[in-house]
Write a protein that binds this ligand. Structure first.
Ligand code: FE
Ligand code: FE
Length: 166
Protein backbone atom coordinates (compact mmCIF):
# COMPACT_ATOMS: atom_id res chain seq x y z
CA UNK A 1 0.00 0.00 0.00
CA UNK A 2 1.21 3.51 -0.71
CA UNK A 3 2.02 5.59 2.32
CA UNK A 4 -0.40 8.36 1.21
CA UNK A 5 -3.27 5.88 1.00
CA UNK A 6 -2.47 4.51 4.45
CA UNK A 7 -2.33 8.04 5.86
CA UNK A 8 -5.76 8.83 4.36
CA UNK A 9 -7.23 5.63 5.73
CA UNK A 10 -5.69 6.42 9.13
CA UNK A 11 -7.41 9.83 9.23
CA UNK A 12 -10.73 8.34 8.11
CA UNK A 13 -10.59 5.66 10.80
CA UNK A 14 -9.68 8.28 13.41
CA UNK A 15 -12.71 10.34 12.36
CA UNK A 16 -14.91 7.29 12.69
CA UNK A 17 -13.67 6.79 16.27
CA UNK A 18 -14.07 10.48 17.07
CA UNK A 19 -17.72 10.33 16.01
CA UNK A 20 -18.18 7.05 17.90
CA UNK A 21 -16.74 8.52 21.12
CA UNK A 22 -18.95 11.60 20.88
CA UNK A 23 -22.02 9.42 20.50
CA UNK A 24 -20.92 7.38 23.51
CA UNK A 25 -20.54 10.61 25.51
CA UNK A 26 -24.23 11.31 24.85
CA UNK A 27 -25.33 7.77 25.69
CA UNK A 28 -23.38 7.12 28.92
CA UNK A 29 -25.28 9.55 31.19
CA UNK A 30 -28.52 7.77 30.18
CA UNK A 31 -26.91 4.41 30.96
CA UNK A 32 -25.83 5.69 34.39
CA UNK A 33 -29.48 6.61 35.08
CA UNK A 34 -30.84 3.27 33.93
CA UNK A 35 -28.37 1.08 35.82
CA UNK A 36 -29.59 -0.26 39.18
CA UNK A 37 -26.54 -2.13 40.49
CA UNK A 38 -24.39 0.49 42.31
CA UNK A 39 -21.15 -0.94 40.95
CA UNK A 40 -22.50 -0.86 37.41
CA UNK A 41 -23.68 2.72 37.88
CA UNK A 42 -20.26 3.73 39.25
CA UNK A 43 -18.55 1.85 36.42
CA UNK A 44 -20.50 3.77 33.78
CA UNK A 45 -19.73 7.03 35.58
CA UNK A 46 -16.03 6.20 35.60
CA UNK A 47 -16.11 5.29 31.93
CA UNK A 48 -17.86 8.56 31.14
CA UNK A 49 -14.90 10.44 32.64
CA UNK A 50 -12.47 8.20 30.74
CA UNK A 51 -14.38 8.79 27.52
CA UNK A 52 -14.03 12.57 27.95
CA UNK A 53 -10.25 12.06 28.11
CA UNK A 54 -10.35 9.72 25.11
CA UNK A 55 -12.08 12.42 23.06
CA UNK A 56 -9.33 14.87 24.10
CA UNK A 57 -6.63 12.39 23.04
CA UNK A 58 -8.18 12.13 19.58
CA UNK A 59 -8.35 15.93 19.39
CA UNK A 60 -4.62 16.12 20.22
CA UNK A 61 -3.90 13.65 17.41
CA UNK A 62 -5.98 15.63 14.88
CA UNK A 63 -4.27 18.82 15.97
CA UNK A 64 -0.82 17.30 15.43
CA UNK A 65 -1.93 16.09 11.98
CA UNK A 66 -3.36 19.51 11.14
CA UNK A 67 -6.72 17.88 10.39
CA UNK A 68 -10.23 18.30 11.66
CA UNK A 69 -11.95 15.37 13.37
CA UNK A 70 -15.35 16.42 12.09
CA UNK A 71 -17.30 15.47 9.02
CA UNK A 72 -18.00 11.81 9.59
CA UNK A 73 -20.80 9.99 11.35
CA UNK A 74 -19.99 6.56 12.76
CA UNK A 75 -22.99 4.54 11.58
CA UNK A 76 -21.74 1.42 13.35
CA UNK A 77 -21.93 3.13 16.75
CA UNK A 78 -25.25 4.72 15.85
CA UNK A 79 -26.64 1.23 15.17
CA UNK A 80 -25.18 -0.29 18.34
CA UNK A 81 -26.62 2.46 20.51
CA UNK A 82 -29.97 2.27 18.73
CA UNK A 83 -30.15 -1.48 19.39
CA UNK A 84 -29.26 -0.87 23.04
CA UNK A 85 -32.13 1.62 23.32
CA UNK A 86 -34.60 -0.78 21.69
CA UNK A 87 -33.89 -3.55 24.15
CA UNK A 88 -34.15 -1.12 27.08
CA UNK A 89 -37.65 0.08 26.21
CA UNK A 90 -39.12 -3.28 27.09
CA UNK A 91 -40.49 -3.93 30.53
CA UNK A 92 -37.72 -5.43 32.62
CA UNK A 93 -36.84 -6.11 36.22
CA UNK A 94 -33.70 -4.42 37.57
CA UNK A 95 -31.28 -7.32 37.19
CA UNK A 96 -32.41 -8.07 33.67
CA UNK A 97 -32.15 -4.41 32.68
CA UNK A 98 -28.62 -4.32 34.12
CA UNK A 99 -27.76 -7.45 32.14
CA UNK A 100 -29.12 -5.83 28.95
CA UNK A 101 -27.14 -2.65 29.67
CA UNK A 102 -23.96 -4.69 30.07
CA UNK A 103 -24.65 -6.58 26.84
CA UNK A 104 -25.02 -3.27 24.97
CA UNK A 105 -21.97 -1.73 26.66
CA UNK A 106 -19.76 -4.71 25.82
CA UNK A 107 -20.72 -4.47 22.14
CA UNK A 108 -19.69 -0.83 22.25
CA UNK A 109 -16.36 -1.67 23.92
CA UNK A 110 -15.60 -4.39 21.39
CA UNK A 111 -16.29 -2.00 18.51
CA UNK A 112 -13.92 0.51 20.09
CA UNK A 113 -11.25 -2.12 20.78
CA UNK A 114 -11.33 -3.13 17.09
CA UNK A 115 -11.16 0.50 15.94
CA UNK A 116 -8.38 1.58 18.30
CA UNK A 117 -6.35 -1.56 17.62
CA UNK A 118 -6.48 -0.73 13.92
CA UNK A 119 -5.50 2.95 14.21
CA UNK A 120 -2.78 2.15 16.75
CA UNK A 121 -1.24 -0.25 14.21
CA UNK A 122 -1.57 2.31 11.39
CA UNK A 123 0.11 4.92 13.60
CA UNK A 124 2.97 2.47 14.22
CA UNK A 125 3.40 1.88 10.48
CA UNK A 126 3.34 5.62 9.82
CA UNK A 127 5.90 6.33 12.55
CA UNK A 128 3.46 8.49 14.52
CA UNK A 129 4.97 7.62 17.89
CA UNK A 130 3.11 10.17 20.02
CA UNK A 131 -0.20 9.00 18.53
CA UNK A 132 0.73 5.36 19.17
CA UNK A 133 1.12 6.11 22.87
CA UNK A 134 -2.19 8.00 23.10
CA UNK A 135 -4.11 5.35 21.16
CA UNK A 136 -2.58 2.52 23.19
CA UNK A 137 -3.64 4.27 26.40
CA UNK A 138 -7.25 4.41 25.18
CA UNK A 139 -7.07 0.84 23.90
CA UNK A 140 -5.94 -0.32 27.36
CA UNK A 141 -8.81 1.55 29.02
CA UNK A 142 -11.39 0.02 26.68
CA UNK A 143 -9.96 -3.45 27.34
CA UNK A 144 -10.05 -2.93 31.12
CA UNK A 145 -13.63 -1.65 30.89
CA UNK A 146 -14.66 -4.73 28.92
CA UNK A 147 -13.11 -7.02 31.56
CA UNK A 148 -14.86 -5.16 34.40
CA UNK A 149 -18.17 -5.51 32.56
CA UNK A 150 -17.63 -9.26 32.24
CA UNK A 151 -16.96 -9.57 35.98
CA UNK A 152 -20.04 -7.48 36.80
CA UNK A 153 -22.21 -9.51 34.44
CA UNK A 154 -21.16 -12.68 36.21
CA UNK A 155 -21.97 -11.21 39.64
CA UNK A 156 -25.32 -9.78 38.51
CA UNK A 157 -26.39 -13.01 36.86
CA UNK A 158 -25.63 -14.92 40.07
CA UNK A 159 -27.74 -12.40 42.04
CA UNK A 160 -30.62 -12.81 39.65
CA UNK A 161 -30.43 -16.60 39.92
CA UNK A 162 -30.31 -16.46 43.73
CA UNK A 163 -33.49 -14.41 43.75
CA UNK A 164 -35.26 -17.07 41.76
CA UNK A 165 -34.07 -19.80 44.14
CA UNK A 166 -35.02 -17.87 47.32
FE1 FE B 1 -14.02 5.12 24.19
FE1 FE C 1 -15.31 2.71 25.82
Amino acid sequence: MEIDSLRKLYVEELKDLYSAEKQILQALPKMVKKASNPQLKAGFEEHLRQTEEQVKRLERIFEALGKSGRGKKCKGMEGLLEEGKEVMQEDMDEETRDAALIAAAQRVEHYEIAGYGTVRTYAQLLGEDAAVRLLQQTLDEEGATDKKLTALAEAINVEAMEEIEA
